[in-house]
Design a protein around this ligand. Structure first.
Ligand code: PGA
Length: 246
């Protein structure tokens, strides 16, 4: 039996995709599901437009700073003002392509919680780490950096997404068993810090989730929903995935 204290959670990460047309179609047509928390994370310029919708909205990144000379960055205050409740942090594309370290991601988690927003903290290993058997150590280091900065406190204020990098955008999904194994490890690590927060924190799986494989992944005991990239751009597929979580 899955633990009913954890309401299923599905977030769509549009990455650098979308248009006014896609925004309007989601605002008008995305069916809500009272059994699932549904969040759309579009490029920042669309946040205000989507914030009128009946689903929740999240940003894809935020600066660790409150204001100042940081051209191209968005502060958490601005993100809050645009109607967001959530912020994706530490996505592997930010870690890899924008050199975001575990420590920087941890500082962003802290600042996000202080702003009253909810981090969707992404963690997960590259292929070479999986192949060399280092998955648990890798993921633990990512979590430890956040605990060092924020204390155990962050667990009850966050959603955590396990996204193996080799599965992101590749069509190569982790098997439900592979994902569950890491989710169970994450929950065990969090339990050592705060057992009750660990029992209620939502752990999402991300990496090539689609309308066909979502149900089997979400059936696993420690998988409480998904962070969906490519398939969140198609309203029918995204709706099917949200249904699979309920
Ligand atoms: P994907 O992306 O579903 O396209 O693999 C997931 C993510 O990067 O969050």
């Amino acid at each position: 039996m899955k633990d009913s204290i954890r309401k299923p959670f599905v977030a769509g990460n549009w990455k650098m995709n979308g248009s006014n047309e896609l925004v309007e179609s989601f605002v008008s047509n995305l069916a809500l599901n009272p059994d699932v928390d549904i969040v759309i994370c579009p490029p920042a310029v669309y946040l205000s437009k989507l914030s009128s919708a009946s689903f929740e909205v999240g940003a894809q990144n935020a600066s660790e700073f409150a204001s100042g000379a940081h051209t191209g960055e968005l502060s958490l205050g601005m993100i809050a003002e645009s109607g967001c409740k959530y912020v994706i942090l530490g996505h592997s594309e930010r870690r890899e392509n924008h050199a975001e370290s575990n420590e920087l991601v941890a500082r962003k988690v802290k600042a996000t919680i202080e702003m009253g927003l909810i981090p969707i903290l992404c963690i997960g290993e590259p292929l070479n780490v999986r192949e060399s058997g280092g998955v648990f150590d890798f993921v633990k280091a990512q979590l430890d950096a956040v605990a060092k900065e924020c204390g155990a406190q962050y667990i009850k204020n966050s959603v955590i997404a396990y996204e193996p990098i080799w599965a992101i955008g590749t069509g190569k999904t982790a098997s439900p068993e592979q994902a569950q194994e890491v989710h169970a490890f994450i929950r065990k690590e969090l339990t050592a810090l705060d057992a009750s927060a660990a029992a209620s924190v939502r752990l999402l799986y991300g990496g090539s989730v689609n309308a066909g494989n979502a149900k089997d992944l979400f059936a696993k005991i420690d998988i409480d929903g998904g962070l969906i990239g490519g398939a969140s751009l198609k309203i029918e597929d995204f709706t099917t995935i949200c249904l699979a979580a309920s």
